[in-house]
Design a protein around this ligand. Structure first.
Ligand code: SF4
Ligand code: SF4
Length: 387
């Protein structure tokens, strides 16, 4: 039997063997999910085999625009993040918490009997590893642990892929210190390298669990030149970021800007559709819905993902505390980039750029922060006024 692969080992795996990673995960009882094309969209879905990946595809992303296009090679991971994030698997957007049935004058509570899926996340980017770490703080590290999230998170296998080549359009992970290279939180991390007709992965072993999967797949030790070649693929990406965000003193900037006129300007463009929050991998707002059947014999309590852009979300006895589009956009961005730091000790933004790409009117938070910063000196701070 081959000796176990040490954590931190760098190995080379030919691209043709990627399928064997999926097969090894399946043998170990994992359900592989990862990027795939469905109805012309890049989504995360079931991966039965390597052919389900968007092989040979990439995309152009800009504020309010996303276009899939062909690459001139057969890269397995030659694209960045699409509109979906992994939170849909770890924090299901619609989840039954309990059911109750009437029993005479009483009722019986029935906890949902569900088998927790054992996911293997394939192709997780560094920014999204940071997003998971942010959600870990929210769901696992506070006073109340969320059992739904915990059960899924603890057993998930994570195969990360380092971003390489050209920039991902709207992302700014370098500014946020969240990418493009995965540095923690993975079982295996791959860098895809396609030099002059060759096609291979540099694989970094992150955990013993990852080593156990890779053990079943043909591989060899990486030469120093191959490690350098993979590093330069990632470095090229870091040098080609689509966006930048100056985070210096950002919390204080937002706290000073509560009454800044820029909020009116952005509110005039914002549709309050909530897309920016639906696609954000760190947003965790949710609401509770109670429903009954028509006979009144069965009642259910569901948890449903919600967003801070609806008037109802901030309805507190007698009315909403954020009645205007201005107050809702300001709340969202101030929470992401400022109050999150006080609340959780980290930024609520990991720089994936999804909110920029999927905003139908192309509102770009990096531009909004720049506008606040550029005019901060001319804006005279006032006491908090109308919401
Ligand atoms: S705020 Fe935008 S860029 Fe930041 S993590 Fe959320 S979706 Fe990504
Ligand atoms: S910023 Fe864009 S995505 Fe977000 S609510 Fe406004 S219009 Fe929708």
């Amino acid at each position: 039997m081959a000796s176990p692969l040490p954590v931190g080992a760098h190995l080379i795996m030919a691209a043709e063997h990627f399928q064997e990673i999926l097969a090894a995960l399946k043998r170990q009882g994992y359900e592989a999910v990862g990027p795939t094309l469905r109805d012309g969209h890049l989504i995360y879905g079931d991966l039965a085999g390597v052919a389900d990946l968007p092989v040979g595809w990439t995309f152009d992303a800009e504020a309010g625009a996303f276009r899939l296009k062909r690459r001139d090679d057969q890269a397995l991971f030659g694209y960045g993040v699409g509109q979906q994030s992994w939170k849909q698997f770890l924090f299901p957007p619609h989840h039954l918490l309990w059911r109750a049935t009437r029993r005479g004058g009483d009722f019986q509570m029935i906890p949902p009997a569900e088998e927790v899926p054992r996911y293997a996340f394939i192709g997780v980017r560094s920014c999204d590893l940071h997003a998971m770490a942010v959600q870990d703080r929210v769901f696992l590290q506070g006073r109340h642990v969320d059992p739904v999230y915990q059960a899924r998170r603890e057993q998930a296998f994570i195969l990360a892929v380092n971003c390489g080549g050209r920039g991902c359009g709207t992302g700014f992970c370098v500014s946020m210190g969240t990418g493009p290279r995965a540095t923690f939180g993975f079982d295996l991390a791959l860098t895809e390298v396609l030099p002059g007709g060759k096609h291979y992965f540099l694989v970094e072993v992150g955990t013993d669990r990852g080593a156990g999967v890779l053990q079943a797949v043909p591989h060899r030790a990486a030469a120093a030149a191959e490690i350098t070649a993979a590093a330069s693929v990632v470095a090229a990406m870091a040098a080609n970021m689509g966006r930048e965000l100056d985070t210096q003193g950002i919390k204080e900037l937002f706290y000073r800007s509560y009454e800044h006129p820029r909020w009116d300007e952005v509110a005039a463009r914002c549709l309050n559709c909530g897309n920016c929050t639906w696609v954000c991998p760190t947003c965790f707002c949710h609401t509770i819905e109670d429903v009954t059947d028509l006979t009144g014999e069965v009642a259910e309590r569901w948890r449903r993902q919600d967003v801070c852009f609806t008037v109802d979300y901030s309805y507190i006895h007698g009315g909403s505390i954020r009645p205007s589009p201005r107050s809702r956009y300001r709340q969202w961005l101030t929470h992401k980039l400022a109050t999150w730091l006080d609340q959780f000790g980290c930024s609520g933004c990991i720089g994936c750029g999804r909110c920029i790409t999927w905003c139908p009117v192309g509102i770009d938070l990096t531009e909004e922060v720049r506008a606040l910063r550029d005019t901060a000196a001319s804006f005279k701070e006032t006491e908090h006024g109308e919401p």
